[in-house]
Design a protein around this ligand. Structure first.
Ligand code: GLN
Length: 552
């Protein structure tokens, strides 16, 4: 079967935000659990080359792969579900497609031909759709088409799917269409019309879905399934009910119950497969659903109105919470509104503080005040990327007495540039894809907190930044209690800082959240949640004894 990958396309209709990524990832998980090797890719119809230059408010978090691609956050779901890496090839945008075609045109590769959407753009889309399947690594390549059917910009992608449906043998390609079956409270009825219209619109482009996955708040029942099957011209067993789930991690099991994997394997004539091995997944889900206690973490950031901006961090907390058998409640704290006067009121009672990654000046001073609070009160602290940089600045200002200390990102004329632009970044003028991106190795100091948490001295984590700890100040920091406990062995860059004289204070220049998966939660998140749990137990027993003392 190797070298003859089969392709599953997932399109969406009716509305956006139906969770195509989660359905694709869940199907992939089931096929993987049955012994097939699967990968998922996302084709995004926007013109940006990648989401790296997009504001998180526009597009949510930018997910970074091992090989340094700045990608759509759905790739994060793919990795978290499958526990395998994605790469540059797993996220393609209209921008990338056009860039390739236009470069070829400039190169004279089209031999005097008029370059057109069909066939040149669609050929390039098809090439990308088939690329991962040609590596020989995968039995199945699932391709999620971003956007909603009917959008002008997704038309070339749908046309490419149509052509592949026609070109490839029937058992090598299939299409799943995700739709919505709304429940009208007043009529107490599920409505199939939007699904019918959506399938009709897809069919008008020449693509006929093999399977319909219907998002719904109420069970569909056989009658509705039959009706959808009849009017949309699919088999009744191919109408899959996708009920709202309490957690996205339950969706693979819901899809298993609905036999989504079986119907796909039947269509693709896959006859060799195992009973699904989802033991680890089920253990995880059990722990997630039945936590023994709760911790409350403050997430200090500036994009907190939008949950998707910190997607991987929030998911990492879910993984780490299950690992520790606690429910992690994340309280969003807007850094812009933290002042010296209100900091204790805002942060008191939390069990840990995470200062989030970010760019630019907005909300910076609030982040620094929050770090100071955690450092001085012994509250577990975890700083990621910008969060680590803020911890360094806070320490410089308040412990080393370098009052004007800052990052040159926010204050290019600072008296003490404790965070400085990396040398190799200084010559870069273009914004897109030019940060320090992707996986880099890091060596940990023996017996440091990081070493204890990772349980080894050599690690590799993913990066996305332009600025770094300025090593000219390292000695001053270390003699005063902030140690560099993780160093890049090749460049000498400081990747981790810790305050040894604190229950849990760690800042990392990289993004551990990008490698956290259900089966392999990020060690730092697991350690941080464990520290928060300990902090919670300690403070609640102090609170209890203070109350007892008051009562005696
Ligand atoms: N803005 C900082 C830098 O470029 C931090 C980036 C981040 O948090 N991802 O170094």
């Amino acid at each position: 079967m190797k070298n003859m990958a089969k392709y599953i396309f997932v399109t969406g209709g009716v509305t956006s935000s139906l969770g195509k990524g989660i359905i694709a990832a869940s199907l992939a998980k089931l096929l993987q659990a049955r012994g097939l090797s699967v990968t998922i890719q996302k084709l995004d119809p926007y013109i940006n080359i990648d989401p790296g230059t997009l504001n998180p408010y526009e597009h949510g978090e930018c997910y970074v792969t091992e090989d340094g691609a700045e990608t759509d956050l759905d790739l994060g779901h793919y990795e978290r579900f499958l526990n395998t890496f994605t790469s540059q090839a797993n996220n393609v945008t209209t921008g990338k497609i056009y860039q390739t075609v236009i470069n070829k045109e400039r190169n004279g590769d089209f031999l005097g031909k008029t370059v057109q959407v069909v066939p040149h753009i669609t050929d390039e889309i098809k090439r990308r759709m088939l690329l991962l399947g040609k590596t020989g690594e995968f039995d199945i390549v699932i391709t999620e088409i971003g956007g909603t059917v009917g959008d002008i910009e997704s038309l070339p992608f749908i046309e490419a799917v149509r052509q592949l449906q026609w070109e490839l043998p029937e058992d090598r390609v299939m299409v799943i269409h995700l739709t919505l079956v709304p429940y009208l409270k007043a009529a107490k009825e599920l409505k199939t019309k939007p699904t019918q219209h959506s399938v009709k619109m897809l069919s008008e482009t020449g693509v006929h879905p093999d399977v319909l996955v219907c998002r719904t708040e109420e069970p569909l029942g056989n009658d509705i399934k039959r009706k959808i099957a009849l009017f949309c011209n699919v088999k009744q067993e191919a109408v899959i009910e996708a009920m709202d789930a309490a957690t996205i991690y339950e969706v693979p099991l819901l899809m298993l119950r609905e036999k989504l994997d079986i119907i796909c394997m039947k269509k693709l004539k896959i006859t060799e497969f195992n009973e699904p091995n989802l033991d680890k997944w089920k253990v995880y889900l059990d722990k997630l659903k039945y936590p023994k206690s709760k911790v409350t973490i403050g997430l200090i950031g500036k994009y907190i109105e939008l949950q998707d901006a910190y997607k991987s961090i929030l998911e990492s907390f879910i993984h780490a919470g299950a690992m520790n058998e606690v429910k992690v409640q994340v309280i969003n704290v807007h850094s812009e509104f933290i002042t010296e006067d209100n900091v204790s009121e805002k942060l008191e009672g939390l069990d840990g503080l995470l200062v989030a990654p970010g760019f630019g000046t907005r909300g910076i001073e609030g982040k620094i005040i929050a770090v100071q609070y955690a450092r001085e009160t012994g509250m577990p602290f975890f700083g990621i990327c910008l969060g680590m940089q803020m911890a360094v600045i806070e320490f410089a200002r308040n412990v080393l007495g370098l009052k004007g200390a800052h990052s040159t990102e926010m204050d290019p004329k600072t008296s003490d540039a404790v965070i400085n632009m990396m040398e190799e970044q200084k010559k870069i003028k273009m914004m897109g894809g030019t940060m320090r991106l992707g996986a880099y190795p890091c060596e940990l100091t023996e017996d440091s907190l990081a070493h204890k948490i990772y349980g080894k001295t050599s690690i590799s984590e993913r990066h996305r930044h332009r600025y770094e700890f300025n090593s000219d100040y390292l000695e001053q920091f270390e003699t005063n209690g902030m140690k560099a406990t993780g160093i890049n062995p090749d460049s000498g860059l400081v990747e981790i800082i810790e305050i040894t004289d604190h229950p849990f204070f760690i800042g990392v220049q990289y993004h551990p959240e990008l490698k956290s998966t259900v089966e392999s939660p990020a060690p730092l998140f697991v350690g941080f949640v464990a520290a928060a749990k300990e902090h919670n137990e300690k403070t609640s027993s102090t609170k209890a004894s203070t109350l007892r003392d008051a009562l005696i």
